[in-house]
Ligand binder design. Structure first.
Ligand SMILES: [Zn+2]
Ligand SMILES: [Zn+2]
Length: 328
């Protein structure tokens, strides 16, 4: 698929994802500024999934460096004490550039306009903190990356190009008759008429291109359905590893397994899957083998790229997938 995604993900240490087509950085783990370098200046919107150290450890640097290039949006879940503290700290730390971060708390379902026309983001609540109260504002979020396209309205879709042109002309003629256009020159009048006609036969349609899970339990099929790409956390290869971890240090935080993420992709009919947030306890070969094994078991008709920890990927979707269950 034609989409540029650069990322790094070593859970406990650092995660960041850079979607160039939206000019959006999701999470800002340790090393994000060093690894992205001058690409930082292209960021228009920073979206933070939650306030764990591996997702915000590099935030002060990102804010300082990006802030040198002017104002940008910094969006985070509305709930959580860390945000206010971080905002106060970074504002005092290097005020000259840090004041360019425009902090915005997100509620469930909020839409975010990015700096790129027609590219939007919608956030949704995730389940990562086991003590999260559904009645409170969200503590952790995932994101849908949406492309708003102008498409021919359904009532005109069966028309031939010639018929469509005639409808467009007719709508344009009617619209330009409005007195507000009386003072236009003949040339401007014609181009305005064409523009109004084109607007009349089209309507904006939202296409969900990517869904990013953030940390947490598997998303629901409804949340993911329709996405062309699912970027889902898969901290553990096997459910047994998850259970062992739950009884140990990482108590109180909910995660997913590779099986969870791929089963979801299958049920939601998503054609492309990036697995990330895979624990550093696993060796690269082990991760690749488990991905292939589980995808084969599920007879998954999708492409799958597991993000190996400790690496930086510059163009994930142009690498060869580790599993390709599509026909082509
Ligand atoms: Zn994490
Ligand atoms: Zn976390």
């Amino acid at each position: 698929m034609q989409l540029s995604l650069a990322m790094h993900s070593s859970p406990r240490f650092s995660t960041w994802l850079w979607f160039n087509d939206w000019k959006v950085l999701i999470d800002a783990g340790d090393g994000a500024s060093q690894q992205l370098g001058y690409k930082l200046r292209k960021i228009d919107t920073v979206l933070l999934t939650h306030a764990h150290r591996d997702h915000i450890g590099g935030l002060p640097q990102v804010i300082n460096q990006r802030g040198e290039a002017g104002p940008f949006a910094l969006c985070h879940p509305a709930h959580g004490k860390s945000w206010g503290q971080l905002e106060r700290f970074t504002l005092g730390f290097n005020p000259g550039s840090s004041h360019n971060a425009i902090w915005r708390p997100l509620e469930e379902g909020d839409w975010i306009e990015t700096g790129v026309e027609g590219r939007l983001v919608q956030c949704f609540r995730t389940k990562h903190f086991s003590n999260d109260e559904p009645n409170n504002a969200p503590r952790s979020l995932g994101f849908h990356l949406v492309w708003r396209k102008n498409k021919v309205k359904p009532e005109y879709q069966s028309l031939s190009q010639q018929e469509l042109d005639a409808v467009r002309l007719e709508i344009g003629e009617r619209a330009i008759a409005d007195p507000q256009y009386d003072n236009l020159s003949a040339k401007d009048r014609n181009s305005t008429k064409m523009r109004l006609g084109a607007m009349g036969i089209t309507a904006p349609v939202d296409e969900k291109i990517v869904t990013v899970s953030g940390d947490g339990q598997p998303l629901s099929v409804e949340e993911v359905a329709g996405a062309q790409l699912l970027v889902h956390e898969a901290t553990f290869l096997r459910a047994d590893d998850y259970d062992a971890e739950e009884a140990g240090e990482d108590v109180g935080h909910v995660h997913s397994t590779i099986y969870d993420a791929l089963k979801l992709a299958k049920e939601a009919h998503v054609p492309n899957v990036v697995l990330y947030h895979i624990s550093t306890r696993y060796m690269d070969g082990e991760i690749r083998d488990a991905t292939r094994e589980i995808a084969a078991q599920l007879e998954l008709k999708a492409k799958v790229w597991p993000i190996l920890p400790r690496r930086v990927y510059w163009d994930v979707l142009h690498d060869k997938p580790v599993w390709d269950g599509t026909d082509n």
